[in-house]
Design a binder for this molecule. Structure first.
Ligand code: SF4
Length: 493
């Protein structure tokens, strides 16, 4: 059994822990194991997995795997000037993350619309947590956790606080105080706000990462576990994800997706694809029983392994990794085995452009090739359709090396026009154009197109032909350069 399988099983099936196998933890803090150097917070209870004499056992048999139980954090035993224990203000999560519930209890928490998997409400209902913690108190807890326990980032969790948007004010005040006291990177976890300008305010206050978690792309499951989120609608999530990536960058926004709740697998993967394409980390996480929700059966590790493999491949295809996240749940990775499935980054990555900066870079590259190098057009090759097109970029070793665009040509025939294929001169002969064409085909299929068409420069005809494109008619001149009309039937190629 390798480390990935072990971590996956621990997170799905849990860990049976005898009292004397781990030092007492502060109230509200999950047990953290280091398995092969990775932080794992398994649910505790009946399980084939157990700890005996410091060894990890499966069905009572000790396995020869390096495992370490993290001691309780030292900061939580300290108090502030008013005698409030710091462990009541914040809890360690995983190996090096400090988690803090901010603001008063969520509007949804006392109602039947509450989320079954809420991690804020139960803490707030207990007497473990202060509702009215001040920014100064949180900053002190963060500073002591950083100094005593090596905490390296902070997760701020907020529910919905009235009046509308009240949680934004709490998040901003507390972020500023943490930044001033510690400089630690901060992730804010919240519901998509009504106004996307609030996401800009959070970014301006110093929030490094955002967690905007839908929890499930299966509407039936979401209705069961988080009816309030159904009410918000997917569009509000999509708008907030897009704005957050625009503000903070790809890989700094995440969305937890719970699995093992009887969800539709295809819908789940489609949703993860949507997230990855937008630059949002799909934080696939096995569901676990909690105070308000008892799972009928734990998530099946084999099912989870299949999902992890597919989501890890999606992340690689869109240039994402958990390690990109500066703070929060994705960086900590203690509740998901996704990190154990991650793949080496691609040296040649082709994906859609995500924002205006990337689009501007694409236009500049085209200008370099079509205007400066080839002199095909004078001044500019832009024709007014660029803002409507889907632009694909190819990054070779992290640098933009080539681009193309796809435009709707004839909706009644499901026809898309591929154009403006350009690769920088010193990046040719390294498979950039081929990969751009392959990904254009994939993107066109995903968008339901039946056929692609293109006017191809004569020198590129063999390249297109190798990918199944067929010539239509004879050569014709465009700006004095010979071109060939070519098409690709997506249904048959
Ligand atoms: S919106 Fe957030 S805080 Fe409110 S009930 Fe749901 S998970 Fe809990």
């Amino acid at each position: 059994m390798d480390h990935a399988q072990i971590i996956n099983e621990l997170l799905c099936l849990g860990l049976c822990l005898e009292q004397d196998e781990a030092p007492p933890r502060p109230p509200g803090e999950d047990l953290t194991l280091l398995v092969g150097g990775r932080a794992v917070c398994p649910p505790l209870g009946d399980s084939p997995w157990s700890l005996k004499a410091g060894k990890l056992c499966r069905d009572g048999r000790a396995l020869n795997i390096p495992v370490e139980v993290l001691p309780p954090p030292a900061f939580s035993a300290e108090s502030d000037a008013r005698g409030v224990p710091l462990g009541q203000i914040a809890q360690r999560q995983g190996a090096d993350c400090l988690a803090v519930a901010v603001g008063p209890t969520c509007l949804f928490w006392p109602s039947p619309n509450r989320c079954s998997f809420c991690s804020i409400g139960p803490v707030r209902d207990s007497d473990l947590d202060l509702e009215d913690k001040t920014p100064e108190q949180v900053a002190l807890a963060a500073a002591r956790a950083k100094e005593l326990d090596g905490v390296a980032h902070v997760l701020l969790m907020a529910g919905v606080v009235p009046p509308a948007g009240g949680e934004i004010k709490h998040l901003i005040e507390i972020t500023k105080a943490i930044k001033e006291a510690t400089g630690l990177p901060v992730q804010a976890s919240l519901l998509p706000p009504a106004f996307t300008k609030d996401l800009k305010r959070l970014a301006q206050a110093g929030v490094d990462c955002l967690e905007l978690s839908l929890m499930s792309f299966d509407p039936a499951v979401l209705g069961r576990i988080a009816p309030a989120k159904v009410g918000l609608g997917l569009d509000r999530y999509v708008e907030s994800w897009a704005e957050s990536v625009r503000r903070l960058g790809a890989g700094q926004v995440s969305c937890t997706i719970l699995a093992g709740l009887g969800e539709d697998r295809a819908q789940t993967l489609q949703g993860c694809h949507l997230l990855a394409e937008m630059g949002v980390i799909p934080l696939l996480t096995p569901a676990r029983s909690c105070d308000q929700f008892e799972l009928e059966a734990p998530p099946d590790p084999e099912y989870m392994a299949g999902l992890y493999a597919e989501v890890a491949a999606l992340m690689r295809a869109y240039g994402l990794s958990l390690g990109m996240a500066k703070a929060g749940a994705a960086r900590s990775g203690a509740y998901t085995a996704l990190g154990a499935w991650e793949l080496e980054p691609l040296s040649l990555l082709v994906r859609p452009m995500r924002n205006t900066q990337e689009l501007d870079a694409a236009l500049a590259l085209r200008h370099e090739v079509f205007v400066r190098e080839q002199g095909i057009v004078q001044g500019t090759d832009q024709d007014g359709q660029d803002r409507m097109a889907l632009h694909l970029g190819a990054w070779l070793g992290g640098e933009l090396a080539g681009v193309l665009r796809l435009l709707p040509e004839d909706d009644s025939q499901g026809l898309l026009r591929l154009g403006r294929l350009a690769v920088l001169p010193d990046r040719r002969g390294q498979g950039v154009a081929s990969e751009l064409l392959a990904q254009a085909k994939e993107q066109a299929r995903r968008r339901g197109a039946d056929k692609l068409t293109a006017s191809v420069q004569k020198a590129n005809v063999p390249l297109f032909a190798r990918q199944g494109w067929r010539e239509q008619g004879g050569f014709f001149a465009v700006h004095g350069w010979e071109h060939q009309e070519m098409t690709l039937e997506l249904g048959y190629s």
